[in-house]
Structure formats: structure tokens, C-alpha cells
Ligand binder design. Sequence first.
Ligand code: C2O
Ligand code: CU
Length: 474
Amino acid sequence: MKRRQFIGACALPFLATRTGNLLSAQRMVPAGAAIDLSTGVFRRRFTGFGGETPLWGYNGTTPGPLLRFRRGETVTIDVANSLPESTTVHWHGVRVPHAMDGVPHITQPPIKPGERFRYQFAVPDSGTYWYHPHHRSFEQVGRGLFGGLIVEEEKPIEVDRDVAWLIADLLLDPASGAHAPFGRISEHAAEGRLGNLITINGEVSGPDHFMDVRAGERIRMRLINAATARVFRLRFDRHVPTVIAYDGQAITPHVPDGSTILLGPGMRADLVIDCEGRPGERFAIDDAVSGKVLATLRYRDEDMLRSRLRGAPLQLARNELPVPNLKKPTTHTIEFRGGSYGPPAIGMVDGKAIPLHEMQNKHGLAWTVNSHALAEDAHEVAPLLTLKQGSTHVINMINGTGFVHPMHLHGHFFRVLDYNGVKPKHEEWRDTVFMHPWDEVTIAVVAGEPGDWMFHCHILEHAAAGMMGVIRVE
Ligand code: C2O
Ligand code: CU
């Protein structure tokens, strides 16, 4: 079978143009041919650090290759594992068959070092997605294992350029460049592992990270938060971002409150930015959470595009997602507890109720979902909820902790009905929804394909420390 070729995701900051030159370069191998993804360790030196950093990546890069598919096509991805430990690949947001979901023990055995696993599935929904391991993900993602996955619309909106940004971070020892130790309970029971080096497509972020633009250009930006724990709130200095999709799903094009984009781990946003500055000007793209400048929008000198696209429509076609029947839902409550401060959690571990300090000390667990703490590598799981395929469910999620949690459901898109009783301004479909401390968020979902689907916090240290559960569809 023929193998598809890639342009490494790092080689170019953007991989598709309206004219399609780069896009067609990515399509040298016909659709339907198998793709090889090989995990492995490689080293690179980041400026400002005293030594080389051992990174884990796919095909020798982090992020791994940016995969681009056409909606509806069936893709085959052969994963070879050259890591010193087992792994799996989860296709975050893609509604894959249960057996292809990449959850160790639940949907497949872990791929051991030296072994291979073939993933094959159709991509039913257009949009911006990503892939990452689901085995010891707090460490594997934290070492650089993740990549972008784009499913093209049949009729994409017209833009001059299509740019994908995978934003992540690394926590490195400044002197040696080595990773700080993984798995510390102090991180797992609090904000998670926050890095000291924020990367954009694997490159060091900061004022010297340039995104070159032409005056008059219209850019589609696909933002993917691949950090294990860091929350970003992006600002575009005098440029007004129009959000056109969250988690790959179309939303009425709108400028978000304060013109900032909130992105918890796992979440994606598609934006359109019209470059209305003048040749030679520079603008900072910064993160309001860390206060750091992540990149500089640098206008080329004396180079103007006539903004012929300004005013062109931005509404994306919606994917065909099952629509909740809100006249006859079954209602559920899911409550999250735990963390290093706040109301004490009592967790169930192996069917026994134990207090939080014992969960932490003995089991490395710090969070509960409806009083249960589930570790990421659990083999057998009692479901949080059992739902009948095709039925509608309204889930009221209560964040009983003083921490933020981006909650992710596998295999489904849900509609966000309200945040603390307030309906979102525009109909919102997501696979990951952000909860501020003490928030209550209500979602509606139609139970999809039968199987056990993970429902977990995408702060991967929280997931590792018990903030996981399973929603069973029968
Ligand atoms: Cu992106 Cu279960 O995760
Ligand atoms: Cu969390």
C-alpha cells in the first residue's frame, strides 16, 4: 500500500493557501493511502536553556505532522511505537467508532514499545481537531506528543491563508534543559503542570516569534490548546478576531467579549482575522492569563493585498450532529470535588470510601467525579451514567472545586445550554467545555454509538489524579 507524504508541521507555520499550492503539495499521495505515524524520542536545544531537551514526538517532530483530510473520507493511520513505554492515540473530537478511540484497556490494548496498531475510521465532521496519547497522557503530551488534525469543509469560507497554531508548554530545568520531574502530586492536586516555555507549533513563543502578514489579508487561524494544563486567553492588539467555530463546530460568526479567546487545554477555536494594519507595522499577540507576549504580527513592508475578501461571508456549514430533543430529556447531575484546597472530597477507590488525604498519599488521586476517582489506566470501570443510544440527556455539571476544569466527552458533541444559568449568546456545540471555579454548566447530548466513552478533565494531571469517568451508551 502506498504511504502518504507529509510536509512536517514545523517546517511551515501555515499549511494551506486559498490558491491551494501548499495544500496540493500535501496531497501528493492519493486519499485513502495509509499514513505512518511513528512515536519516538529526539533531542533539541531551546535558546535560553543550558542543554538539550529530550522530546517525544510523531515522525521526529513535535507537534507531529498536521493531518488534513476531506470530510467523509476513510483514513488509515499506522502507529508504530518507538517510545520506551506503551502508548495509544486518541483522535480528539473526531467521532470515530468506539474501537478506534484510543483509550487503553477500554477500547484497545496499549501499544507496547516496538508494536504497531492500525487506526482506521471515517471522518464524519469537518473542523479543527487534534491527536494525542491517552496512556499516561499527562507525561506523554507534556513531553511533546500531539499533533493537529483538520477535516476540510466541502465549501470552505474564502480566506487568503489558513494557519494552524498548536499552543503548548514545557517545564524545563533552565540549566540542563531536561524536563522537570513528572507526576508530582503538588501539580496533580492543583493547577496542573505549568511550563516555563510556551511553544507555538513547537517553536519558542515570545515577541520574536513572528507571524508575517500582508496588509489587507484575511487569515483563518485554527487555535489548538495542546498544553497539559495551561489556560490561554489570547488577545490580538487592535485586531478583532471573529470566532467561526469552537471545537470544530460552526458557530454564528461573532466577536467574543473583550475580543479575547479563552482556550482551556483540549479546546479549539477557529478565528478569522482581517489584517487592517499598514505595511511595516507590528502588533503583539499576547496571553492575558500569563501576561506574556506569544508572538508578533509583523506586516511586510510595502506589500498590500486589496482586501477584496472583507465582507465575504464567514458562516461555516454545520456538521450533521444529532440534535438533542429537549422536550423529553433525562436529567443528570455530575459533581466534581477535590483539589488541594476547597471542600474535602471523599472518594471511592476500588469500591471503598476513603478520605482525600489518603487518596493522595496512597493512590496519587486528588479529584472525584460523583465521589469516584478513576485513574487513567483503569481496566474495568463502573460507568457514571448509562444511556440508551439515541436518547437525549441533559447533564448538569457542578464544579465543586476552586479550580478550572475543561471537561471533555469522547465520541460526542454536546450543546452547551447554560453557564451558571445564562444561555450562551450563540448556539454552542463542543466536545470540551470550560468550567471556572464553582461554575455550574449544563449541557445536552444525544447518546451516540454504543460503548464506554471517557468523560474527563482535560487538565491531564487532573485526569491522571482521578478526574475521569465513563459514560456508557447501550
Ligand atoms: Cu483529548 Cu480523552 O482526550
Ligand atoms: Cu480539571
